[in-house]
Design a protein around this ligand. Structure first.
Ligand SMILES: [Zn+2]
Length: 272
């Protein structure tokens, strides 16, 4: 049976918001029948002058890579362990982002937008009258990231849907297609992908980030690279919601999913 082989978005204790040991994550992945995992711990960038209290620095990734090397040995033959990172709004500090990428060799890099003007999207209120402006600002940041960022796949492109849903508001980026299309087109043109992030299924949005309708638009604009990730911050969420994600990918017309080693994609089939 064709199925999802890899979880391409996971966090460990090398992220500020997880206490999970990499080994526990890998064990969960192997037990769930996955063949590969990418550990993508957070690194957040801030605009000049914004305080980054509680966030980890470069030294964290030296420790993360050493821990992943041990997991790679321990799970050899059972589970491929890819060394990844999720960079948040790297365009806020292009020099810092370049230094980070030079300092480490990652297999896979997720580019995300978690913050606007240094404020987490989860901490913003979403009053009806402000939603169009907030979505516009968010899509503008995504466009700059898509056009200039050093990453492989864009993370949870419609994360704003997730946080608006917490406040009982529905946001669909396809309602802003004039601003969304340049993001998707830039990704496709630069050979970059999207991910389906299944954390939305476990949260108020109650659907994947993004769902099939946005993925279909990416496909129409030439997008070819797609990964699926749980965004697990604990072992029990590894691989969660992957059947739904697979159905969304197929419904959008994707026939392959991507895997990455040393930042180079390879593909495996998910549809006949
Ligand atoms: Zn994440």
């Amino acid at each position: 049976m064709l199925q999802v082989r890899a979880d391409y978005h996971t966090h460990t204790r090398f992220s500020p918001d997880s206490r999970c040991e990499p080994e526990a994550l890998c064990r969960a992945a192997a037990e769930k029948g996955l063949r590969e995992i990418a550990v993508t711990d957070h690194f957040e960038f801030f605009p000049p002058g914004k305080f980054a209290d509680g966030h980890y620095g470069f030294e964290t990734f030296a420790a993360q890579q050493a821990a992943l090397a041990r997991c790679r040995e321990q799970f050899a033959g059972r589970l491929a362990v890819r060394s990844g990172i999720e960079v948040g709004q790297p365009q806020c500090d292009p020099e810092g982002a370049a230094r980070l990428m030079e300092a480490f060799s990652f297999d896979y890099v997720i580019g995300s937008v978690h913050k606007m003007k240094g404020v987490d999207l989860g901490l913003i209120d979403y009053p009806d009258e402000k939603i169009p402006a907030l979505v516009g600002e968010n899509l503008e940041m995504l466009r700059v990231l898509a056009e200039t960022g050093d990453f492989d796949c864009m993370g949870q492109i419609d994360i704003i849907k997730r946080y608006a849903a917490v406040k009982g508001k529905r946001v669909d980026l396809l309602d802003y297609q004039d601003a969304l299309d340049p993001v998707l087109r830039a990704l496709a043109c630069r050979g970059k992908g999207l991910e389906i992030n299944t954390s939305g299924l476990r949260q108020a949005a109650r659907e994947t980030l993004p769902a099939a309708r946005l993925l279909r638009r990416f496909r129409e604009l030439g997008g070819e690279i797609l990964t699926i990730g749980s965004d697990a911050h604990r072992p029990e969420d590894v691989g969660a919601g992957f059947e739904t994600a697979l159905a969304e990918a197929k419904a959008a017309g994707f026939r392959y999913l991507a895997l990455f080693a040393e930042r180079k994609p390879s593909f495996y089939r998910i549809a006949e």
